[in-house]
Design a protein. Structure first.
Length: 305
């Protein structure tokens, strides 16, 4: 099925489904609104594709975001931003970066099937991935590393993640670590702040969400972009209000400081960012507000060539 895109399928009118998909939807999504799963653009000579590897709706976002502000304030901010307070949609968006020689995947979604379904829509087979980079080792980022049968999803890949991050989870001996990360240990290289992943891709310490969480700076032909991972996990309740505490953050004070530092930098540089949990396609800009920031979704800025 490689090279046979969904658009061609629709034009041909054959409705030939990709494996595990019904007319472009993942299993269990029949009858739900259609949503694109891939978005591609160029950054200098890098080709970047964001991949929606999963999305779900969860109740009570006020118990996750803004846990240090009153329910009234949470409600007021939500109303101002046209957001319901009882439910929120979560997005899980790994990023694929094609350089001259390598095909790099940043984070791997909740499970192997969702990840490979999104890759198939981008016309990529798992065995084509040469390098997997993990921002951190939470389940929604490492879930796609191994199949349900316990085999590596990406047969030809090597792996990188932060050294502090890895050591933390190894010591915890968590179930997720044992199932998804430990089997690949021999092939994992460990990153420190400022390390070069590849030419043009640099690791940045962004600790707090987890002890060794990392962001990544991309630079190609004088164009820059930051992959912020889970530095900020909602475009309003976290990015717009970076001091709001988030239940998912391991060290809430450090996470908030990191969030403010990175967002301040991205806003000042006026360069785009990709945030793993931003609304798909997860690509946008950060504008400074009086006491926080504003998420400005990208439109056509990166598709003018
Ligand atoms: Zn996450």
């Amino acid at each position: 099925m490689q090279g046979f895109t969904r658009r061609q399928a629709l034009i041909a009118g054959t409705a030939a489904p990709l494996a595990g998909m019904i007319g472009g939807m993942a299993k269990g999504e029949e009858g739900r609104p259609a949503m694109a799963r891939t978005s591609r653009f160029k950054l200098g000579s890098m080709e970047i594709t964001t991949l929606l590897a999963g999305t779900d709706v969860r109740p009570d976002p006020g118990k996750i975001f803004g846990t240090n502000v009153s329910p009234e304030e949470f409600k007021q901010v939500s109303i101002e931003n046209f957001l319901p307070v009882d439910r929120a949609r979560f997005y899980y968006t790994p990023t694929l970066v094609r350089t001259g020689e390598e095909l790099v995947l940043f984070d791997t979604g909740l499970d192997a099937e969702s990840m490979t379904t999104a890759l198939a829509e981008a016309g990529v087979r798992p065995d084509e991935i040469t390098l997997i980079v993990l921002t951190h080792l939470h389940r929604d980022h490492v879930g796609g590393l191994m199949t349900d049968a316990g085999a590596p999803t990406f047969a030809n890949a090597r792996y990188m993640t932060g050294a502090i991050e890895h050591n933390h989870w190894q010591q915890q001996d968590s179930e997720v670590y044992r199932a998804k990360v430990a089997p690949l240990l021999e092939k994992i290289e460990f990153l420190e702040d400022g390390d070069e992943v590849l030419s043009g891709i640099t690791a940045l310490a962004a600790f707090g969400h987890t002890p060794g969480h990392m962001a990544f700076h991309l630079d190609s032909d004088d164009q820059q972009l930051t992959l912020t991972g889970d530095t900020t996990n909602h475009y309003v309740w976290s990015l717009a209000y970076p001091e709001w505490e988030v239940a998912f953050d391991f060290d809430k004070v450090e996470a908030s400081k990191t969030r403010q530092r990175l967002l301040q930098q991205i806003a000042a540089e006026r360069t785009p960012m990709i945030g793993y949990h931003m609304p798909f396609p997860a690509l946008g800009y950060v504008a400074q507000r009086e006491d926080g920031y504003q998420w400005v979704p990208a439109s056509y800025q990166l598709s003018l060539d």
